[in-house]
Design a protein around this ligand. Structure first.
Ligand SMILES: [Zn+2]
Length: 491
């Protein structure tokens, strides 16, 4: 089963093994003559996990298909019941169920009505990836609620129980309708007495939303998210295309205080977290997944790339998010070395570690290679950044890769193949061609002790654990590279 829950038991650290998430990558481009869903979603106030969806599809359809699987969560189509369809004159149209989530009507139908059972998924980890509602709050993701039609827009009206509110990246029109240009990229966080904190920066807005009681104040968590966001934006040099919403909510079922699960969809970061008992521990625990998820707003969500380059936007992004958390003081150089050791251990333990290149592993993400993508991806990112800093006397770093990728990603242009573009960018840095071929495109095993020795680092393996430390004597160049990463010789 897909594990999307991170666990931490000590101080804040980054672990590729346990830090996994999902992003919703854009697949299509909207056309001018897009179908439009005109829908009303009503939450039953007596039984909040039951919703009714009714509406109209502008050009009609005979095939009615609902998403059945997302991010390893399956059986979504089985939640739907009572689908009824009408033709353009309002007359009933016969519809047959083919498989869960797949229906065919006898004639073209325009009007539709159905119910969905939105009980929270049994596994907490799945709750970041699909729609669900509890008695007090939940999430509505249009991607798994509306029929899947190519090139669809949606006008969405939400009918909520009393005292329930909505947080979303979408703007409401005067008649309380959300005009959604790409339904699969949008989610609505709904609940009783939701709380929001907003930041404005010129024409750009950053919204933080939460519910329930936490050890931290809303303002502390909102500032943490905003600081991480600002640092990403500073490094990358541009903001994401849309206003951003970050949601931090409790899991629907009881959870360990250190658990979390997240999904970044379009311009929304949706993060479910356990409740840590103290403010500092809770904020430290939030910083790593938040840094990673917020970076997804740009990579991959703001890149016009396609294909399976998950090794980069997950594995490398773990590394880059950790560097940002270090710069802001949430993690230190000691955490950096620990994370390097863990990435190696995770890589070593992952299925197929000496067998698949990063590119090959990404094609197998949902069929067993997920751990390899995160762990090997992060490990290679460590080595890439160290090598690049050494090659350029510290004048270039991983920051330059992210900046360059975004600079060359033309929002209006055609989607290019992700592996091709990222590999090209990695190779474009001085002296990095051979490294990229060897570590990204070839399946050659990584020997950490030999790989880090040139940087003045020692990797020793004790059983299944690798301990990384700084060598007693360092050359001037080694000292300079490590200092650039936060190392200080002072005790
Ligand atoms: Zn991720």
């Amino acid at each position: 089963m897909l594990s999307t829950v991170g666990q931490r038991t000590g101080s804040a650290y980054v672990s590729a093994t346990l830090l996994t998430c999902a992003v919703w990558v854009l697949c299509g481009v909207l056309t001018a003559n897009a179908q439009t869903h005109d829908v009303q979603i009503s939450i039953n106030s007596q039984n909040t996990s039951r919703i009714t969806i009714e509406g109209r599809l502008s050009a009609g359809a005979e095939d009615w298909s609902f998403r059945n699987v997302h991010a390893g969560v399956s059986g979504l189509g089985e939640r739907i019941s009572g689908l009824s369809l009408n033709d353009d004159n309002g007359a009933s149209v016969v519809v047959r169920k083919l498989t869960p989530g797949e229906y065919k009507s006898d004639a073209k139908a325009f009007g539709f009505r159905y119910e969905i059972k939105l009980d929270p998924p049994a596994a907490n980890a799945a709750a970041a990836h699909v729609s669900w509602l509890s008695a007090r709050y939940g999430v509505l993701m249009l991607g798994d609620l509306l029929p899947v039609q190519s090139s669809t827009r949606a006008s969405v009206k939400l009918k909520l129980p009393a005292n329930w509110g909505v947080s979303s990246t979408e703007q409401k029109t005067s008649n309380s309708v959300y005009e959604v240009s790409d339904p699969e990229q949008v989610l609505f966080f709904v609940g009783e007495n939701l709380r929001e904190r907003g930041f404005r920066d010129g024409d750009f807005s950053f919204l933080f939303a939460t519910i329930g009681a936490w050890a931290f104040d809303d303002g502390d968590a909102a500032s943490l998210a905003m600081n991480l966001f600002r640092e990403h934006r500073r490094v990358i040099g541009r903001r994401p295309r849309k206003n951003v919403l970050t949601v931090v909510a409790p899991f629907p079922h009881p959870a360990e205080s250190s658990e979390w699960s997240a999904e970044t969809r379009g311009a929304t970061v949706f993060l479910l977290a356990g409740r840590a008992p103290s403010k500092n521990v809770a904020l430290a625990q939030l910083s790593t997944p938040l840094a990673h998820e917020l970076l997804h707003l740009w990579v991959p969500n703001d890149l016009t790339l396609s294909g399976d380059y998950d090794w980069f936007y997950e594995g490398f992004t773990l590394y880059q998010a950790m560097r940002v958390a270090m710069r802001l003081g949430y993690l230190n150089f000691h955490d950096y070395l620990k994370a390097l050791g863990r990435a190696y251990d995770g890589y070593f333990a992952a299925e197929g570690h000496g067998q698949f290149s990063l590119v090959d592993a990404s094609r197998r993400r949902w069929t067993g290679a997920e751990a390899l993508i995160y762990n090997k991806g992060m490990l290679v990112a460590f080595l890439y950044d160290l090598t690049l800093r050494q090659q350029t006397q510290g004048t270039k770093s991983m920051d330059d890769i992210y900046r360059k990728l975004l600079r060359h990603s033309n929002r209006a242009g055609e989607r290019r193949e992700g592996n091709l573009v990222v590999i090209e960018t990695l190779e474009s840095m001085p002296g990095m061609t051979e490294f990229t071929t060897r570590h990204v495109e070839s399946s050659m095993s990584i020997d950490l002790p030999a790989s880090v020795q040139p940087f003045g680092l020692l990797a020793n393996r004790f059983g299944a654990r690798t301990h990384v430390s700084v060598a007693e004597t360092l050359s001037r160049a080694q000292r300079s590279v490590l200092a650039g990463l936060g190392y200080s010789a002072q005790p």
